[in-house]
Design a protein around this ligand. Sequence first.
Ligand code: DC
Length: 219
Amino acid sequence: MSQAALVVAIDGPAASGKGTIARRLAAEFSLAYLDTGSLYRQVAFLVLEAGGEPTDEADALAAAKAVAGRDIEDDKLRNQLVADAASKVAAIPALRTALVDFQKEFGRNPPDIDGVASNGAVIDGRDIGTVIFPDAPVKLFVSASAEERARRRHLELLDRGNEASFGDILTEVKERDARDEARPISPLMPAADAHLLDTTDLSIEAAFEAAKSIVAAAF
Ligand code: DC
């Protein structure tokens, strides 16, 4: 694309398939990819590492300042403790504000991919289509039932050789959804003009194909 960079905004709850769909769309259409959940997870990780409290504004802001100077391995961010703390820091308005500029800049000036200019950006999170890029030309809201999402998480953990109880995971999924949906600032919800993609009964392949035709229409 020669005009302004295309932004594809993808929102949805945990384990809805949005991350996988976003990554595959990025590869398919030469778009740079930003996983904004990872930003909240990095802040949460640093709060926990410093012995701070994820609901405390000063602790969260101090961690946000420290994020740029750290390169935290993704492995350390992908666990329930960090996910839960991420959902807590994400409810602090000042912390969300501190992360806005980085996200907007990424969408406005997406980085090159392997030295080649990208066509734009795919950005996924909870509030990308509603707050960060309300004018994004393509918005997807990816969802699935809580039971299906817990089932996927459970399989993922078992695959990695971790012990996990389906019931515990389902409870955690529901708690995190409730917190992300109920917060007064930037709650998890579809933008009015988002395409809704319910992946409960779809394979990842079918979900990707559906997303691909939506994005293809914007090129
Ligand atoms: O997508 P994820 O599971 O990695 O996100 C972790 C937490 O971060 C999620 O529970 C809510 C928060 N989050 C947010 O509030 N806004 C975003 N744009 C992305 C994530």
